[in-house]
Design a protein around this ligand. Structure first.
Ligand code: CAA
Length: 259
């Protein structure tokens, strides 16, 4: 079925897929259907051999202004527990290919959390990041208190979560939340350029490396180092390792197949 709230282009560039959030009138507020469509699309792209990296964007004005407040307003705690919307987010967390968020305008609440669930963030000069849930009597629920704190540290995370203050792209870059900033007319292109830099690497090594970097968040240093070392050794079973090192010695570009 064609999704209603997202636009999926599996080959926006060679080996690069583009998923665009598409509820512009609501500033891409993340209702349940949108999140289900997004999870399903990302899972399909994860299984598509011709996709090596995914760019996720909104539009110039909004990446996403958060979970859909109108959809949530009347819900009880029991409704929230039964709907359990964040299990959809768990599905996105399990995507093995890298996802680059291209953020322009608002990335607020669940929008900021969705950007942080991606592996890298390219922002436009107009991007605004924030966790304003406190202003509507709640708090972040899709990882904001954890991922934001790990990304920017306690001081800034606490201020953003407790006051709802938005930070600019410049402040986000200085704090380590995002990778780079581009003018608004170029941010998407810049995200595709970064995706191309990823897509030209061994797709197998990229997936294993992504998994290893993410392990840094979920484990002790000792466990993480052990995980990294096992994965490093494992890659020596791949054709891409043979090809990559041979190409280096032959002073040519490698041709990676993901095998
Ligand atoms: N949910 C539902 N609708 C939203 C929305 C949201 N999160 N954000 C914006 N919209 C809707 C507005 O209601 C408005 O719709 P109508 O035209 O039908 O009134 C439309 O999008 C345009 O928004 P505004 O008129 O408010 O635009 P603005 O430029 O004046 O303000 C804004 C932009 C500052 C982003 C403001 O819309 C805003 O504060 N939005 C809410 C941000 C927020 O609180 N996000 C957190 C949500 S809770 C959450 O995300 C929980 C979690 O952890 C998962």
């Amino acid at each position: 079925m064609t999704p209603e709230f997202i636009i999926v282009t599996p080959q926006a560039r060679p080996y690069i897929a583009h998923v665009q959030l598409n509820r512009p009138k609501e500033l891409n507020a993340l209702n349940l259907q949108l999140m289900q469509e997004l999870r399903d699309a990302l899972q399909q792209l994860d299984a598509d051999e011709n996709v090596r990296c995914i760019v996720l964007s909104g539009n110039d004005k909004a990446f996403a202004a958060g979970a859909d407040i109108k959809q949530m307003a009347g819900r009880t705690a029991v409704d929230m527990y039964n709907i359990d919307q964040f299990t959809i987010w768990d599905g996105i967390k399990k995507i093995r290919k890298p996802i680059i968020a291209a953020v322009s305008g608002f990335a607020l609440g669940g929008g900021c959390e969705l950007a942080m669930l991606c592996d890298m963030i390219v922002a436009s000069e107009t991007a605004k990041f924030g966790q304003p849930e406190i202003k509507i009597g709640v708090m972040p629920g899709a990882g904001g208190t954890q991922r934001l704190t790990r990304a920017v540290g306690k001081a800034l995370a606490m201020e953003m979560v407790l006051t709802g203050r938005f930070i600019s792209a410049g402040e986000a870059l200085a704090a380590g939340l995002i990778n780079r900033i581009a003018p608004v007319e170029l941010f998407l292109e810049d995200a595709f350029r970064l995706a191309a830099d990823v897509a030209r690497q061994s797709p197998l090594a990229v997936k294993v490396a992504k998994e290893s970097v993410l392990r840094a968040f979920d484990s002790t240093l000792e466990e993480g180092l052990h995980f990294e070392r096992k994965n490093f050794y494992l890659l020596f079973a791949s054709e891409d390792q043979k090809e990559g090192m041979k190409a280096f010695m032959e002073k040519r570009e490698p041709v990676f197949t993901g095998k």
